[in-house]
Design a binder for this molecule. Structure first.
Ligand code: ARG
Ligand code: ZN
Length: 861
């Protein structure tokens, strides 16, 4: 198979546009009829034919201005209609098969619910269309369906009329007054429980809020509805942005390829990001629900009112909207733990992507399958780039830039350059150099080194920037990096350099080498760099373990204090990995002990500091990794930490018991701290009773899951017993059972493949359901270090066998799950060979999807 990539540079404005769309759906499981009436007009003067995208459609009728079209050609991917007038009405009747749609793209039927997913290019599986984001049209949608089984039938915008037919069907007509690209179209039909509310906007308009959930799940939707109102208020207060339709609908569905989708006025959500109550959801689930609800709501302005000109510009809406939801979550909960969460995603997943064959700039240059580019790079690194602008412009400057962006571009489909240029209008800094973050892939590496000149009593701090070649780009240039940095002396006092910086604590690193000097301040100056993770870079420095502890004690920036402990852990684990655990000496253990002892009251940072860096994070600063040695080193250090701190950990565990469950910040911090500590203690033999006690006394899912995770680290018998009792309680509830699936799949045991086989035979497992597949196969491939990386390659083979099956049904999900197999770069060469051998098996499959083909072929290039 060879497939041609599309290139960003090849963008051309459309030859035709569509201004009005009238869709008419007659729903039937395997033969839904879609009639589409389009007002089409030629753009510019040319005599080209009209080409419409369309896949897997049965064409029944085609007419131009009322007469049957004769002069047209159909292919696998579209329809060409020749000799069309400059403006005309096109009528297309097609048939699709929603019941047979296992890819969950376009219109599909699952669990009796009709549902659509069109972003990026799914609308072309519903009808022939100009399926590109720079074609904006007004839609009306008529839906006809069986009245008994589909009492609720929804589409974008406002309901206009409805009625019943004699044949047991009913119909409804929806109209969306805002022109939109096809990817924001949505239709849902089914039988739901409904929650309703109203929201009064800052200008006094009343908006009806409607949330649709599975029958019987009503009470689990209340939190999401409250979160929605908080998000609506926050966007008014923070950005002056108000909702624009009379009705806002959210539907939770059980079968969904990703998190959620911002269709105009009708968001469709994976039920995992809507449903939450204390019994069934963890604190983390509540957090995710609030953040995804906010994310999709914020898209109404950053995505819908102003959309992308082409898909290469995806980060225009996604990076910006992730940044907005991060700021919201931070305001609703707490800045520190949010920032740490975001940085973990960058260090565990985005850095790995940038180091792999899938490396791409936040605005990609080349794409074979767009669905492959909904990545941590486009989303999370994209948000980091927006955050850097926020840092450089300040709160008010950033807001002024946003105001200008909407003033210029409301109602348009635009580019990342358009966004930067709106921001440019609000600052004196020239963003020209900064904008290279949009075009350059890879993780910049900053190295910080010091030298002391006794004669002049001068410390010189040199920061070098290196941008190594990546799979997609050989030529790199220095980036414009805002580096938050503070300096402390031996007594813990803050000192400032001889040179002026950009602002207090902010240094612009925009060259290969940047130098600062400190004269007359002694030799012991500790730089604390990358405060608040001010840029998405890797940083190495010449700090000693004692200096990391010093940093923890005296730095002002809370993130840097946390990071200092992480760097220290990383250093310690490296000693274990190098077979010299004794290098982690009494001084270091004592220093750590004192650091923890001094922080007993600071629950938030304490809880985060007691988390040992993940295996995935450790990999990002190493190469030629011996997986088992590193994993073992990590565990040995973690166990030693538990032993060394055992009495303190017990104190913390007891001090952080919470009252009756409530999802509120103070309790969340206490539970987090308590469960992190339990995880550490679980490595010690005497912890068994404590784990059982927590499991039995728990009145909420957070503590229950905390106990199960601890048991997983403690011993297999205890783990199995608790897991069995959990299953008895929750076997009817797939969403909760996903946690159970995932715990089983991440358990490091010799017979893990047999376990996976059992899980796949579980009555609640279904290969059609992406949540189940991710819980079992995804958890294994991403997080079961010993199982996935078994020395005989059996873990890689298992994943490959599975993907060969799954790809035939759901290429999008298969393509996500192949990721760990494509990220072989950090491992030893024998392991790389084992991984590539399996990738090669995938590539041999002649029926491989575009999705998998793109990732696998790159990984083998
Ligand atoms: N726009 C959606 C969101 O971020 C995600 C759409 C993902 N689409 C895909 N094909 N993977 O909220
Ligand atoms: Zn989004």
């Amino acid at each position: 198979m060879t497939l041609v990539a599309k290139r960003r540079d090849d963008y051309r404005a459309p030859d035709f546009t569509i201004t009005d769309v009238a869709l008419d759906f007659v729903l039937a499981p395997d033969s839904t009829r879609v009639t589409s009436e389009l007002k089409v007009s030629r753009q510019g003067s040319h005599s080209k034919s009209l080409y419409l995208d369309g896949e897997q459609l049965t064409l029944l009728e085609l007419s131009v201005d009322g007469s049957a079209a004769q002069d047209y050609q159909q292919t696998e991917s579209g329809l060409t209609i020749n000799n069309v007038p400059d403006t005309f009405t096109l009528r297309i009747v097609t048939e699709v098969n929603p019941a047979d749609n296992k890819a969950l793209e376009g219109l599909y039927l699952s669990n009796g619910v009709y549902c659509t997913q069109c972003e990026a290019e799914g609308f072309r599986r519903i009808t022939y269309y100009l399926d590109r984001p720079d074609v904006l049209a007004k839609f009306t949608v008529k839906i006809t369906g069986d009245k008994a089984s589909l009492p609720t039938m929804l589409a974008n915008g406002n309901p206009l009329e409805s009625g019943a037919n004699d044949d047991g069907t009913h119909w409804i007509l929806w109209q969306d007054p805002f022109p939109k690209p096809a990817y924001l179209f949505a239709l849902v039909a089914g039988d739901f429980d409904q929650l309703t509310d109203t929201f009064t906007t800052q200008s006094g308009k009343s908006v009806a809020l409607e949330l649709y959930v599975d029958k019987g799940k009503r009470s689990r939707g209340e939190f999401a509805l409250e979160a929605l109102k908080r998000a609506m208020r926050w966007d008014e207060e923070t950005f002056g942005l108000e909702y624009d339709l009379d009705i806002y609908m959210i539907v939770a569905v059980d079968f969904f390829n990703m998190g959620a989708m911002e269709n105009k006025g009708l968001n469709v959500f994976n039920s995992k990001f809507v449903l939450a109550d204390q019994d069934s959801a963890t604190d983390e689930d509540f957090f995710n629900v609030e953040s995804v609800i906010a994310h999709e709501y914020f898209h109404n302005w950053t995505g819908n009112r102003v959309t992308c000109r082409d898909w290469f510009q995806l980060s225009l809406k996604e990076g910006l909207t992730v940044f907005r939801d991060q700021q919201f979550s931070s305001d609703m909960t707490s800045p520190l733990s949010n920032r740490i969460k975001q940085v973990r995603v960058m260090r565990e997943h985005q850095f790995a992507e940038d180091a792999s064959a899938m490396s791409h700039p936040i605005r990609p240059d080349e794409v074979i399958e767009m669905n492959n580019f909904y990545t941590v790079t486009v989303y999370d690194k994209g948000a980091e780039v927006i955050r850097m602008m926020h840092t450089l412009l300040g709160v008010d400057g950033f807001r002024a830039g946003m105001d200008e962006y909407f003033r210029r571009h409301d109602g348009q489909a635009v580019t990342c350059d358009d966004f930067v240029s709106a921001m440019q209008s609000a600052t004196d800094i020239d963003l020209g150099h900064f904008a290279r973050w949009y075009s350059q892939s890879g993780t910049p590496q900053l190295a910080l080194a010091r030298a002391y000149n006794e004669q002049t009593d001068t410390v010189t701090v040199t920061i070098t920037q290196r941008n190594a070649p990546t799979a997609d780009q050989t030529e790199k240039a220095a980036l414009f990096i805002p580096l938050q940095i503070e300096f402390i002396d031996a007594t813990g006092q803050h000192v400032t350099p001889d040179q002026a910086m950009y602002a207090d604590n902010l240094l612009i690193v925009d060259k290969d080498t940047t130098t600062l000097t400190f004269t007359g301040k002694g030799s012991a100056i500790t730089p604390v760099a990358l405060g608040n993770f001010s840029a998405p870079v890797k940083l190495t420095s010449d700090l000693t373990p004692a200096e990391w502890l010093h940093t923890f004690r005296f730095a002002n920036d809370a993130f840097s204090r946390w990071d200092a402990i992480q760097q220290l852990y990383n250093w310690c684990i490296e000693q274990y990995y190098q077979q010299q655990p004794h290098a982690v000496d009494e001084n270091i253990w004592q220093g750590l002990y004192q650091a923890v002892e001094a922080s007993l009251q600071e629950t938030e940072i304490l809880g985060e500091c007691l988390v040992v860096p993940s295996f995935e994070t450790l990999c990002q600063s190493r190469s030629n990794i011996d997986v088992h040695a590193l994993n073992t080193a990590r565990k040995a250090f973690s166990e030693a930490l538990a032993e060394q701190l055992a009495d303190l950990l017990l104190t913390i565990y007891q001090a952080n018991q919470t009252d009756a469950y409530d999802y509120q910040p103070e309790q969340v911090r206490a539970r987090r701290c308590k469960n992190v500590v339990l995880g550490l203690l679980a490595q010690l033999p005497e912890c068994k009773d404590r784990i059982i006690a927590q499991f039995e006394a728990s009145d909420n899912m957070t503590d229950t899951l905390g106990a199960l995770k601890a048991a997983q680290h403690h011993d297999l018998v205890l783990f199995s017993n608790l897991m069995n009792s959990f299953e008895q309680r929750w076997h009817d509830d797939p969403l909760v059972l996903d946690k159970w699936f995932s715990l089983h799949a991440t358990c490091e045991r010799g017979d893990i493949l047999a376990q996976l086989t059992l899980l796949r035979q579980h009555p609640q497992f279904s290969q059609q359901n992406p949540n189940r597949v991710r819980a079992v196969v995804g958890s294994f491939a991403f997080y079961n270090t010993t199982g996935f990386h078994a020395d005989d390659g059996s873990g890689y083979r298992f994943l490959t066998d599975y993907l060969l099956e799954l790809d035939k049904q759901n290429p999008q999900v298969a393509s996500r799950l192949v990721t760990p197999l494509t990220q072989w770069q950090h491992y030893s060469s024998t392991r790389q060979d084992l991984m590539k051998r399996q990738l090669a098996r995938l590539l041999e499959d002649s029926g491989l999807s575009k999705d998998l083909y793109e990732k696998v072929s790159k990984a083998l290039a």
